[in-house]
Design a protein around this ligand. Structure first.
Ligand SMILES: [Zn+2]
Length: 55
């Protein structure tokens, strides 16, 4: 189901990108996380913006 409301899209995008990705195992972590919740690695990156398009 495509989302057409631009305000809603903004909210969804903020949710999607407020996340850190573990470079070792690829797990999603909270933005405030300092280490991975799955493998305890500290090698986290922020999820890049404007890359994913969800339809
Ligand atoms: Zn990890």
């Amino acid at each position: 189901m495509p989302i057409t409301d631009p305000e809603l899209i903004r909210i969804v995008e903020r949710r999607l990108f407020d996340v850190k990705i573990c470079r070792r195992c690829g797990a999603k972590n909270p933005l405030r996380a300092t280490k991975c919740r799955r493998c305890k690695s500290t090698d986290l990156r922020l999820k890049k913006k404007a890359t994913a398009k969800y339809k």
